[in-house]
Structures are given as C-alpha cells and as structure tokens.
Write a protein that binds this ligand. Structure first.
Ligand SMILES: [Zn+2]
Length: 321
C-alpha cells in the first residue's frame, strides 16, 4: 500500500480548549515523504513545525510540538485520525497555538478528513518492525510504564488504574493496532478529566474553552457530570489508547509490534517514540512494496480509504448513555 495524502484542502473553525478562542485550520494535500507538518499562520513569518518525536517539547496537559516561541499544542487527536485513514502527508495550517478541541474525540477529525477524501501517492509506505523489546518507565513512579515487544500481530494493550475515582476505576483493553480498528473502536472516545482538575486549570487561566460538550468530567462526589452519559463503559481507557496512537503517529510509520502501557500518558508515549528512533538495533524499517503487500505486513496496513468502508463507525460514534 502506498503513502497517502488528503485529496483536497479542507477548512474548519473550532475553539481552543485552553484559550477558549476560535481557531481557524486548513488541511492541505502534501507530497510523498513530506510527512505531517503544522504551520503557524498567525506568526510573521509563518513557522513550520514537523510532526516528529524530536519536535515534542512539552507533554504536561497535551502533546505540544515546536519551541517555547512557536508551538502547536494538542496535536494528538488529529494525529490519531490521520493514522486512522492512513494519511502520511499533509500540511496543517493553524492560526493559534493550540488545535481546536472539537468534541474531545477524533470523530470530527475523521469526518473532516473523509470529506476531503484520501489520495494515494506514487511512493511506497514504510513500517517499523519491532525486533527487540523496548521499555520506558517513569522514574518518579515506576508503576507507570510503556513498552513494545515483537509480535506477529500488531496490538496494543493499555490499562489505567484510578483507585480514587470509582467511576473510572481500573480498565484494561487489548486491540489490534490498525487504522480500521482505530476508526471502529477508539475514535469516538473523548478526553476526560476530574472536576478537581478543571478547578485547578481554571484557577491558572486554562481550560477556558472546556465544557461538557468537549470533555467527560468526573466528580469524586457527584460522579459523571455529563448528562448524556458515556459513549462506552470503558471510554476512559479507549481515549488513552487514542492518545497513545496519536503520539506514536509522530513516527510517521505504523509499528509492527505489541505495545503494552500501564498508567502511561503523553510523557511516556512520546518518550517511547523517541526511543524507537534512537534504538536502531531493536527496530527494522521495512518498505511495503507491491511484492510483499499480500503478506502479514499488509494486514497491519489495514487503513480504510473512506469511512464508508467502516460499517461500525457511525453506530459507535453516536452511541451515548
Ligand atoms: Zn486526548
């Protein structure tokens, strides 16, 4: 399967989660091997930021790419949607320091990209095949980790443990790591936070655009604050996998391996992405040519070229309550 881009330019206006201000965004087609690039069009001159693990400079509240002077924040949900439809190359022009939050999931991004359409380019796609296990552990809390192991079937296993919050609690899920699986089972899962985190962020002038329309908010005393309920009982762990896929998409190639994460977050996801670049002994980069497109590698590249090929997409994304 070849590399892809969007077939035409699409535009979207949304709200920045932290600024609460309108953000105008355009996604343009791009040439093969150019990758995903973010362009800050509100700065003069414009600043281009390559979606790459080495562009990550902050992961505290979201994944932020660029530098202190010029960055784009909260790129992970769009990056995950681009992965879902197998789009390797695009220019994302944005006139603010953060991406629109949309509904807190990747569904609006998938719908927008699907409207643009997917175009195959005349260039083969590469994948990263895991040869040896690699692991990142949080030195401050060794119970938090992410690792990747060799596996014939690309998979992700993610677990979370919110002991202080009965509604979230412990959740664990294993899914195949394909574009189709992302669209079907993960794209609808929304960002979540606790009511206490919202109070803390608001006290620091953040989350001004945050609302129950773009996040799940869980209160320790009152439970779920969203009257429409959850989109899945385990929506929390599904969103963590969505974030992880979006962060690993910074590599620009799919991964053939088994990713296992426990209580991880953007810090550990992006640290693993960096390790996958640095540890060349543990990773083999293979090009998927027409010759081996019928092999197991092709299954890994199960990227739908349109949402109409994903029958479960509409039913899952609309499920609430
Ligand atoms: Zn997220």
């Amino acid at each position: 399967m070849n590399q892809r881009t969007v077939a035409r330019t699409i535009r979207h206006t949304g709200i920045g989660l932290h600024s609460g201000r309108p953000v105008h965004l355009e996604i343009h087609p791009a040439a093969a091997h150019s990758g995903i690039r973010f362009i800050r069009t509100d700065l003069s001159p414009h600043v281009e930021i390559v979606a790459h693990p080495h562009s990550v400079f902050d992961t505290a509240l979201a994944t932020r790419l660029g530098t202190e002077k010029a960055y784009v924040s909260t790129v992970e949900h769009l990056m995950a949607a681009l992965f879902g439809l197998g789009i390797d190359n695009a220019r994302v022009c944005v006139d603010a320091a953060e991406m629109p939050i949309v509904d807190g999931s990747a569904v609006p991004w998938l719908i927008l990209l699907d409207e643009a359409g997917v175009e195959e380019l005349e260039a083969a796609r590469s994948i990263r095949v895991i040869k040896k296990p690699l692991e990142v552990v949080d030195p401050r809390d060794p119970t938090r980790f992410i690792r990747v192991e060799p596996s014939k079937h690309p998979r992700i296993t993610y677990s979370i443990d919110f002991r202080n919050n009965a509604l979230i609690g412990s959740q664990s899920l294993t899914l195949s790591l394909t574009g189709r699986s992302f669209c079907e089972a993960l794209s609808h899962a929304r960002t979540f936070c606790t009511a206490e985190e919202v109070d803390f962020m608001r006290s620091r002038g953040l989350a001004r655009g945050g609302s129950l329309e773009n996040a799940i908010v869980v209160s320790r005393t009152e439970g779920l604050l969203n009257s429409s309920g959850l989109r899945a009982p385990d929506e929390f762990v599904r969103h963590k996998i969505l974030d992880c896929i979006g962060d690993l998409a910074l590599l620009g190639t799919p991964i053939s391996g088994h990713i296992i994460a426990h209580k991880a977050g953007h810090d550990l996801h992006t640290a693993l992405a960096k390790l996958l670049i640095e540890e060349s002994d543990a990773v083999e980069i293979r090009t998927v040519t027409a010759k081996n497109s019928r092999s197991s590698l092709a299954r890994l590249l199960d990227f739908p070229s349109s949402l109409s090929e994903v029958p479960d997409f509409s039913s899952l994304s609309l499920v609430t309550g």
